[in-house]
Design a protein around this ligand. Structure first.
Ligand SMILES: C[S@@+](CC[C@H](N)C(=O)[O-])C[C@H]1O[C@@H](n2cnc3c(N)ncnc32)[C@H](O)[C@@H]1O
Length: 207
């Protein structure tokens, strides 16, 4: 793993996304509550992901985090695989699926170097992940490679000029007294290599 990727790994290995804020324990009730809060805060995920349409489809989720969306795909009856850069996220998602008696093939993996063959999936889903990876463009190419003809990529990345973008800038630039820095991802969006709109840039692409 190169140094930039290692930093990403270290960051998410300290705490998975929303772990401290929304997951209060390791029992079933805590996972139920975390999922309830997630979709209360971000109700648009449901429509974007279209979980219920995934029945009998080959679905890959990249960057499973705490696994709430992964649970929804599993409940819908998708033939499911999930990856994350960190063992921590994989453990959370495995635990969640075990508690709900659901199935998925979960493993550590890198969005920029997917351990799958060409055209294996009908759907590749990734919420809030690919902009964190040092080479976002490579990750997008990998998504395209593993999708079947007619397959669908459902990918959310953050928009530079958004509430989320502002919060991240305040936290990681302003509070560290480096208000003028632009993240690598922001540079990418400036060069137009990643298209984006609204608060979240939700990209649905048919291969
Ligand atoms: C903001 S969290 C989002 C997690 C989950 N999708 C959600 O919405 O809660 C980003 C996740 O992406 C994972 N991640 C970052 N870079 C990755 C990469 N190159 N390959 C796979 N996963 C990655 C992190 O480990 C982390 O779990």
């Amino acid at each position: 793993m190169d140094a930039a990727k290692q930093k990403v790994h270290e960051f998410w290995d300290e705490a998975s996304c929303g772990e401290h804020l929304y997951l209060s324990g390791s029992e079933k009730a805590s996972y139920i509550e975390q999922r309830r809060i997630r979709y209360e805060l971000e109700p648009y995920i449901m429509e974007f992901a279209g979980f219920k349409t995934a029945r009998d489809l080959d679905v890959l989720e990249i960057g499973v985090g705490l696994g709430a969306d992964h649970q929804c795909f599993a409940e819908a009856g998708a033939r499911l695989q999930g990856i994350d850069l960190t063992q921590r996220a994989i453990n959370y998602t495995k635990k969640r699926l075990e508690l709900f008696d659901l199935r998925s093939n979960l493993q550590i993996g890198d969005a920029e170097d997917l351990a799958f063959g060409d055209r294996e999936f009908d759907v590749v889903y990734s919420w809030g992940v690919l902009h964190h990876s040092p080479n976002t463009q490579k990750a997008i190419e990998e998504v395209h490679r593993v999708l079947r003809s007619g397959g669908v990529a459902k990918i959310m990345i953050y928009h530079k000029w958004s509430v989320v973008g502002f919060m991240l800038w305040a936290r990681y630039a302003l509070l560290r007294l480096r208000p003028l820095i632009l993240s690598r991802f922001q540079d990418e969006t400036k060069r137009g290599r990643v298209s984006a709109w609204h608060d979240h840039a939700g990209l649905i692409h048919s291969s």
